[in-house]
Design a protein around this ligand. Structure first.
Ligand SMILES: *Cc1c(COP(=O)(O)O)cnc(C)c1O
Length: 359
């Protein structure tokens, strides 16, 4: 059977080369005689795997010495709480609301500190990002949080919001590693792994040194960034196997030419698909042109009665998980780094053919 073309938003597809390598090393990693799944996380073999993964990620993203990289569990959703627990220091936090994931982050932060929503596109039904001039950050706030890419709405920032001296915090779950970025502009970057990094179970947090050690002293250890930073993400058993697979993905990205190369491929893949959608009255994408995501591309059919047939025929062509999020309806194609360009071409051909026979 052909390998399925998986358009899921997450867990998402992994590079086939990475899966092949993981398969080769599954039961015995190098000459260790055991699987990475079975190794002590404190043994020298796993320590080498862990350090290599971190240094490759640092190289890919250009992460400076003044940042710690943490390999945690609990998903991006845990970060919605850990961010305010660790950074709020009794001060209000500023949030930009651009869609479903921003809203969840705001809801969790509200349990912990005062939240000011400093810009929102809810009135535009979350079909665009706010402009810089529409964002006013109170310089007394403890941080500014935003969601660079809204995975459900398919809305992505094409600039980094200016926060002045306020630390900028970004939920990069669905856009990390899609292109080069200037890490120095951020206080904290976090991402669940299962979109563009690796399997579910790993959450990466990149945090500037001066933001460590700010949590209240009664913070439970597992929710305190400083505890994880001081123990090299080994305060308890880390998600070791997922960490290893993420490391294979980082190596694969470096071999492919790094994030500059990924950016040009991702730009090309997404613009092809938007061009195909815009060229037809049969398909629509509601997002303002300057706010369109490279990674998650929602689209609707002019006649929603055909949705079921579209999905059925796509599956017959080996293309899976194109159904849009239940809150949006229609379709969504998630085309992360691991999605080959030929597979995007195949989707476009299918869409043209489906329109021809049903339009
Ligand atoms: C998927 C996603 C999340 C939730 O991630 P979990 O790892 O399931 O907690 C949060 N934010 C964004 C932008 C996402 O895409």
């Amino acid at each position: 059977m052909d390998t399925a073309i998986n358009f899921s938003a997450g867990p998402a597809m992994l590079p086939v080369d990475v899966l092949a390598r993981a398969k080769d090393e599954l039961s015995a990693w190098r000459d260790s005689g055991m699987s990475v799944m079975e190794m002590s996380h404190r043994g020298k073999d796993f320590m080498a795997i862990a350090e290599k993964a971190e240094s490759d990620l640092r190289e890919l993203m250009g992460i400076g010495e003044n940042y710690k990289v943490l390999f945690l569990q609990g998903g991006a959703t845990s970060q919605f709480s850990m961010i305010p627990i660790n950074l709020s220091q009794g001060q209000p936090a500023s949030y930009i609301n651009t869609g479903a994931w921003s809203k969840k982050a705001i809801a969790e932060a509200t349990r912990i500190c005062e939240v000011n929503v400093v810009a929102s596109t809810e009135e535009q039904n979350f079909t665009c990002i706010p402009l810089q001039k529409e964002i006013t950050v109170d310089q007394g706030s403890c941080y500014l949080h935003y969601t660079p890419n809204e995975t459900i709405g398919g809305v992505e920032f094409n600039y980094v919001p200016e926060a002045g001296d306020v630390p900028l915090v970004a939920d990069m779950s669905s856009t990390i590693l899609s292109r080069p970025m200037d890490v120095d502009k951020y206080g904290v970057i976090y991402a669940g792994a299962q979109k563009n990094i690796g399997p579910a179970g790993l959450t990466i947090v990149i945090i500037r040194d001066d933001l460590l050690g700010l949590a209240p002293t009664d913070t439970p250890s597992m929710f305190n960034y400083d505890v994880h930073a001081k123990s090299g993400s080994m305060f308890n058993t880390p998600p070791a196997y997922t960490w290893y697979i993420a490391g294979l993905v980082f190596e694969w990205l470096l071999e492919k030419g790094g994030l500059v190369e990924m950016a040009s491929i991702n730009r090309r893949k997404s613009s092809k698909l938007y061009t195909a959608i815009d060229a037809s009255d049969f398909y629509q994408n509601p997002v303002r042109a300057d706010s369109r995501s490279w990674m998650n591309i929602p689209f609707t059919l002019a006649n929603p009665d055909l949705d079921g047939e579209f999905l059925k025929q796509a599956e017959a062509e080996n293309m899976f998980y194109l159904k849009g999020h239940r809150s949006v309806g229609g379709m969504r194609a998630s085309i992360y780094n691991a999605m080959p360009e030929e597979s995007v071409d195949k989707l476009i051909e299918f869409m043209v053919e489906f329109e021809r026979s049903n339009g």
